[in-house]
Design a protein around this ligand. Structure first.
Ligand code: ADP
Ligand code: MG
Length: 585
């Protein structure tokens, strides 16, 4: 490894030269407080920024080992440190200088959710942050002195501020790590309490606006308060400060397994509750308001998504006898309707092992959800391909063990199949299951159940590896996450706008590369989609996300990844329009 002095020497020598001379920076440099690795040098000022890492020996950084002794704590600490680095960049980096991204330093830190990500790595021997940096230029001329300021002044300050325990707000770091550990502890206890989700008393569910994921200000929001009948409590591994007192138990609403209906008038907070449950599959940062809203990790949002591609999905439990005589046992289309897309979304979620389905009337196809007595009388069953979800939801629970939480303010037919009914009124929940039963007795619907054949399971599908092509132009592999909701896989766009539990651009990026990894390593024309994605998950468990980048070499900057769930990896594969699948016999 070279010294800081030699780095300064190189920068003085290449000052004023053509941009390509920056390549001389590749390598490692020892600073007083840290080691700097320059892994990738951008080709010109407008290319994607250069990639560097800064590493501090743990003997110097001084983090107490209990903050990273378990996988959850380590993940939380790494997530916190990425945020701390981002904050230090704001404070100590001057920002834009010269052309393009010149002068910018950035790190891939998270939003409201806390995810496993590659931006910061904590090991017992060292702490490392992976950064992007725009090496400064005027035109194509190297601004060596500016680069020296960035690498030899700003960066050491950032390191000093964010990667040394003694300079961090220690109580806040602890609170963060403990809060994440508490959330995961609750998630681990849901099952034994017979629950699929938990919403703590005092939680703030509404967001600042439709365009922001931050909490609504406390003075405007009605804090959550559990109905007595659904109140449960969990012991916590770490005490919690409540009204100035330390408590070791948390209480709130438990949503039991089975079929739960969220009813209530329009604008009373139903969808807001459901959205919090959707996001509750991930831990949240302290202060988010939803940090103690915890859902089983295998909860999947289901919605209508007309226009999507569907490949070889058996949607026959929901849709049969299409007018054109098309089979729905092996249903494929390039342009699904509202109801067929929603059916496919359910079957695909079940295929991947969903334990809970989350549905909102706002984003469901009406004819997929309900068919009332009058419509049954007018349009005969023979002329209606759809078996509404209403007539399947109980089987989904009884036969497959998969619970449903459903927002439904518009049709009382669902009261008949619900095990639990929660009414939202003025943004507060009430348990109204008994009242709902009385209503069902008093107003019989006279509709007939329509399930023709029993729904006993899902036919696994096998993805065929030759139907994936990641090449673009001269490049054999070109995969880009253009936005949170758009991957360009080779030349094919994958539209993820309606995949709502994908929450971070870096997750999307990871999904794009995970598909490639799956094709390369695990798809053989025999393994089912579930097995293939399961193998990707094991790969992540054992080796982390660093190796996702196909250009990754040992000890190099791995890019910006955050871990996606298996459901979102599968969702992207299911939406890749070139993909071919075969049903398992
Ligand atoms: P619904 O689905 O019942 O029609 P929404 O969940 O869409 O209602 O909520 C309607 C509006 O009320 C939204 O703008 C939302 O931000 C706001 N809201 C939801 N919950 C709360 C709350 N607890 N406190 C204050 N405002 C809330
Ligand atoms: Mg709504």
């Amino acid at each position: 490894m070279e010294t800081e002095e030699s780095l300064r020497g190189i920068l003085q020598r290449i000052n004023g030269k053509g941009y390509k001379a920056y390549k001389d920076l590749s390598g490692g440099f020892r600073f007083r407080t840290h080691a700097l690795f320059v892994d990738h040098v951008q080709g010109d000022p407008f290319a994607s920024p250069s990639k560097i890492r800064v590493r501090v020996a743990m003997s110097q950084a001084g983090f107490p080992p209990d903050l990273y002794r378990s996988a959850v704590r380590r993940l939380a600490l790494e997530d916190f440190l990425a945020r701390a680095v981002r904050e230090a960049i704001r404070r100590f980096a001057r920002g834009s200088r010269g052309m393009g991204k010149s002068g910018l330093i950035s790190i891939d830190a998270g939003g409201q959710e806390v995810l496993q990500r590659t931006a910061v790595v904590v090991r017992s021997e060292w702490v490392e942050a992976r950064l992007q940096i725009g090496l400064p230029a005027r035109g194509r001329t190297i601004l060596g002195r500016e680069a020296e300021t960035m690498l030899c002044q700003e960066l050491p300050r950032i390191v000093e501020q964010a990667l040394f325990w003694r300079n961090l707000p220690q109580p806040q770091v602890r609170r963060f790590v403990e809060c994440i550990e508490n959330q995961e502890s609750i998630r681990g206890q849901l099952e034994e309490q017979g629950l699929v989700a938990f919403v703590a008393d005092g939680a703030i569910l509404p967001r600042e606006s439709g365009a922001s994921d931050r909490p609504m200000p406390r003075e405007q929001a009605v804090p959550f308060r559990s109905p007595e009948k659904l109140r449960v409590s969990f012991p916590l591994p770490n005490p919690l400060l409540q009204d100035g007192v330390e408590v070791t138990e948390i209480s709130g609403m438990g949503i039991p397994r089975g079929i739960t209906l969220i009813v209530g008038g329009g604008y009373h907070g139903k969808s807001t509750l459901l959205r919090a449950l959707e996001r509750g599959v991930y831990p949240h940062i302290p202060g988010d308001g939803r940090e103690y809203v915890v859902t089983l990790a295998e909860a999947v949002k289901i919605r209508a998504e007309d226009g999507r591609r569907v490949e070889q999905v058996d949607i026959s439990p929901f849709i049969n006898n299409l007018p054109n005589g098309r089979s729905t046992r092996q249903f494929s289309t390039d342009d699904a309707s509202g109801s067929t897309s929603q059916a496919a979304n359910i079957v695909e979620a079940l295929e991947m092992g969903a334990r809970v389905l989350l549905l909102d009337e706002d984003t469901s196809a009406t004819n997929f959800m309900i068919r009332d007595a009058r419509m049954q009388a007018l349009v005969h069953k023979e002329d209606e391909p759809i078996t509404p979800f209403l007539d399947r939801v109980q089987e989904v629970y009884r036969n497959l063990g998969v619970s449903t939480v459903l927002v439904m303010g518009g049709s009382g037919d669902y009261l008949e199949v619900a095990d639990t009914v929660i009414m939202m009124r003025n943004f507060l929940p009430y348990e109204v299951t008994d009242e709902a039963r009385k209503v069902v007795e008093k107003f019989p619907t006279r509709r007939e159940r329509e399930n023709v054949a029993p729904f006993s399971g899902v036919t696994p599908r096998i993805p065929l590896p030759h139907s994936f092509d990641p090449s673009r132009g001269k490049k054999e592999v070109k995969i880009d996450a253009k936005a949170r909701d758009l991957i360009l896989f080779g030349r094919e766009p994958i539209d993820l706008r309606q995949v709502e539990q994908l929450v971070d651009l870096s997750q999307t990026r990871a999904v794009g590369y995970a598909i490639h990894l799956a094709v390369q390593r695990f798809m053989d024309g025999k393994n089912s989609l579930r097995e293939v994605v399961g193998q990707v998950e094991r790969f992540f468990d054992e080796r982390g996300l660093d190796e996702l980048d196909p250009f990754h070499r040992a000890e190099k900057h791995p890019g910006n990844f955050a871990r996606p769930r298996r459901f979102e990896i599968a969702a992207a594969i299911n939406r890749l329009r070139t993909v071919k699948m075969r049903q398992q016999k």
